[in-house]
Design a protein around this ligand. Structure first.
Ligand code: SAH
Length: 340
């Protein structure tokens, strides 16, 4: 049965019109679904019984089945969910001083094959539907009993490889009659699929963009991120500039520090040169070691030097704190558990 969570408000309005009702009825139902979090259509009190019956016949309100729910010492939650087709995905919930943010999975596996990442060890078998991504939020809110205020599309998968479903997801969660998650509180991260960066600039939603850059030059980037062969820096950087020019929004540049690979002072200077004059800020991410991978975390000393060098070059830079590392919930540690 069709999950109700895959419908935009416009889709639901169309459905209501198709059964001979006024579109504003759809808005009322949307509010019951997302504001009141109903678990059965029978809970709706301001709609006629026969309409409720047709909703029950045509749509499901089922949440995802929780296979495991782990909580880290820092309060981070990690869920292993079972999708309706039996595939398993992971979702992370982090508690910040400013609210709760969820890190959602966008695909079953990932085809980007980044050399350092655990999520890419299983190839992508399909993109998630918009409903499956919305359901991650609904299911986490239901399990933990909190309101998610921020969303990052930084779990397993390449969101721009599943572009249409992810855009639909963004519109559903941003809707003021629905979860109403502010666009400025939503970030989508990409490994650098250039044509989709330009498409994203034209979307009518003000959500943020993050780029997994991780290297200051093509030589290093192609070694650790095969996507760089299709979209090297001479294509990626102008696309980011174009995105900034069209949207007027600051872009986050994610940079994992890998000891002896991309964390020298020379690399920091190269990075500063590459990003000079751009409206970006660099988020330095500690590498979370993955046992099958040869990379190690940058030493404290090299990390500090890298940070200071960027600062000296007037690049906006912050260091990301890692969440949930003790339950393998940190960046790049999520694994897809689907069957081959
Ligand atoms: N495919 C998208 C979305 C994934 S976001 C993208 O590449 O942006 C997950 C982030 O964690 C990416 O920046 C990714 O490069 C980073 N990452 C992957 N493995 C990591 C690891 N072991 N430690 C720290 N960050 C990692």
């Amino acid at each position: 049965m069709t999950s109700i969570y895959g419908l935009s408000l416009d889709d639901l309005k169309e459905y209501f019109v198709s059964i001979g009702l006024k579109p504003f009825r759809a808005t009322q139902v949307y509010e019951w679904i997302y504001r009141k979090g109903i678990r059965s259509f029978d809970e709706i009190t301001n709609i006629k019984k026969d309409v409720i019956e047709s909703l029950k016949k045509d749509f499901s309100l089922d949440l995802l089945e929780v296979v495991t729910h782990q909580q880290a010492t820092d309060g981070t939650h990690k869920f292993l969910f079972k999708l309706f087709d039996g595939n398993l995905i992971e979702t992370v919930l982090m508690h910040h001083p400013y609210g709760y943010s969820a890190c959602v999975t966008s695909e079953l596996g990932c085809n980007m094959s980044c050399a350092f990442c655990a999520s890419g060890m299983k190839k992508c078998i399909r993109g998630l539907t918009a409903a499956e991504v919305v359901l991650q939020l609904m299911s986490v809110e239901h399990e933990v009993g909190v309101k998610i205020t921020h969303v990052v599309v930084m779990g397993i998968g390449e969101p721009f490889d599943n572009y249409d479903n992810i855009m639909k997801f963004l519109h559903i969660i941003n809707n003021p009659h629905g979860l109403e998650i502010g666009a400025r509180h939503i970030s989508v991260s990409t490994s650098g699929i250039v044509p989709r960066i330009l498409d994203y600039a034209n979307e009518d939603i003000q959500s943020n963009l993050a780029i997994s850059l991780h290297a200051p030059n093509n030589e290093i980037r192609s070694q650790i991120m095969p996507v760089n062969k299709a979209y090297p820096l001479e294509k990626l950087i102008p696309a980011i500039k174009e995105y900034i020019a069209r949207t007027n929004r600051r872009v986050t540049i994610e940079y994992i520090l890998l000891e002896g690979v991309n964390n020298s002072e020379k690399n920091a200077l190269e990075l500063a040169h590459l990003l000079k004059g751009m409206n970006v800020y660099v988020n330095l991410i500690p590498y979370n070691e993955v046992k099958e991978k040869p990379f190690v975390q940058s030493t404290r000393e090299h990390t500090q030097k890298f940070f200071d060098t960027l600062k000296k070059c007037k690049i906006n830079v912050t260091q990301r704190y890692e969440y949930g590392a003790d339950i393998d919930a940190a960046c790049g540690q999520l694994r897809s558990k689907h069957m081959e």
